[in-house]
Design a binder for this molecule. Structure first.
Ligand SMILES: [Fe+2]
Ligand SMILES: [Fe+2]
Length: 351
């Protein structure tokens, strides 16, 4: 155990950080939902809170986060804590280490589970994108498994998950967002269809989170390019569906569902998609396409602002050309309806 917990007043912590301008602070610090900080555990990183647009040290690395800390924060209506951007990886690791315990404990509230899952799955995806080996893909599945059960049993509410989606469009957050949207859509759409088993839905879910794993073979210079891609660069980017299929096959993680999803999520029913321009597209790939386009449109990119959910849905409507798509889109709109306000369009405070 670390240092003994000290009860304190927030007002005694008004030692402002060195950054005088908020922008500077926001460039360096990342906001984190308080729910993921473990009570009575040593903090893996320095924690800060925001007061009057300044960041204030709250708990040092190694200090124990106590219930008193939580009570203080609640009293001041603070629900986000900040960490140094450079410690984000350490923090993700800390959350990932106990995510299984949080996700399988029936007494933990939905909000805490959702926040823990979001950070933990981004960590698992980040590792898999660095090196998509069998062990790392298994780790993603192990993170998803308890979460899938929670969603199926309504132990985690969609509004809690949707309120977390960060739209800075890096490949990891995009993969997790698409995974969340597509899994939720598939569950909604097939809920009363006895021909689709729970196991099939779970295999679909893995496929959604891994739909872009082929991008791990796309050079970072292309993946992170801020300007529009050249024709040659696009040609490389368009190989990611086939590379995804190959990675899943080579690592022993290829199921029918994952194969259709990775290979066909950029195909379009009118034949205008890639890599093959096929028109007969598997239903799970169409579910993934809707989630994929929705996340891309509601994300901020260097060259475009984030669209509002209803604007994004308007564009997706034009893509929905088959009867199946129409039913799917209706289910997606119905699913998002009450949650629309919870969906964050872009990270307001981020690196
Ligand atoms: Fe893709
Ligand atoms: Fe994608």
């Amino acid at each position: 155990m670390g240092k003994p917990a000290q009860r304190h007043e927030l007002t005694s912590l008004l030692k402002f950080c060195d950054c005088s301008a908020e922008k500077t602070c926001m460039d360096v610090f990342r906001p984190i939902p308080i729910d993921v900080i473990q009570i009575y555990e040593e903090s893996a990183v320095d924690l800060f809170i925001k007061q009057e647009d300044r960041l204030v040290p709250f708990l040092e690395k190694g200090g124990v986060f106590t219930r008193d800390h939580l009570v203080d924060l609640n009293r001041f209506g603070i629900n986000r804590i900040y960490i140094h951007g450079k410690e984000a990886l350490t923090f993700e690791k800390y959350v990932h280490a106990y995510s299984d315990r949080i996700l399988t404990d029936p007494s933990i509230p939905s909000k805490v589970k959702a926040s823990t899952f979001y950070i933990s799955s981004i960590h698992a995806l980040r590792k898999a994108f660095e090196d998509p080996n069998s062990e790392r893909i298994t780790d993603i599945k192990n993170t998803l498994k308890p979460m899938f059960r929670n969603i199926m049993e309504n132990k985690v509410l969609l509004e809690d998950l949707f309120s977390l989606t960060e739209h800075d469009f890096n490949t990891y957050t995009h993969s997790v967002n698409v995974g969340i949207y597509a899994t939720s859509l598939a569950i909604h759409f097939y809920r009363n269809d006895s021909s689709v088993s729970m196991e099939q839905l779970q295999r679909q879910s893995y496929g959604y989170f891994l739909h872009d794993i082929g991008k791990s073979r796309v050079p970072l210079g292309i993946l992170r390019k801020r300007e529009a891609l050249s024709e040659e660069e696009w040609a490389v980017m368009k190989k990611h569906p086939e590379w995804g299929y190959t990675i899943l096959m080579e690592t022993g993680h290829l199921t029918d569902e994952a194969a259709y999803i990775s290979m066909q999520h950029h195909e379009r029913p009118d034949g205008s998609g890639y890599p093959f321009g096929m028109k007969d597209i598997h239903p799970c790939a169409r579910i993934c396409t809707i989630a994929d386009i929705f996340d891309a449109l509601t994300s901020e990119r260097p060259y475009k602002p984030a669209l509002k959910p209803y604007e994004a849905l308007g564009i997706i409507k034009k893509e929905a050309v088959t009867d199946f798509d129409q039913y799917l889109l209706a289910a997606f709109i119905k699913m998002l309806g009450p949650q629309e306000e919870n969906i964050q369009l872009s990270k307001p405070e981020t690196l």
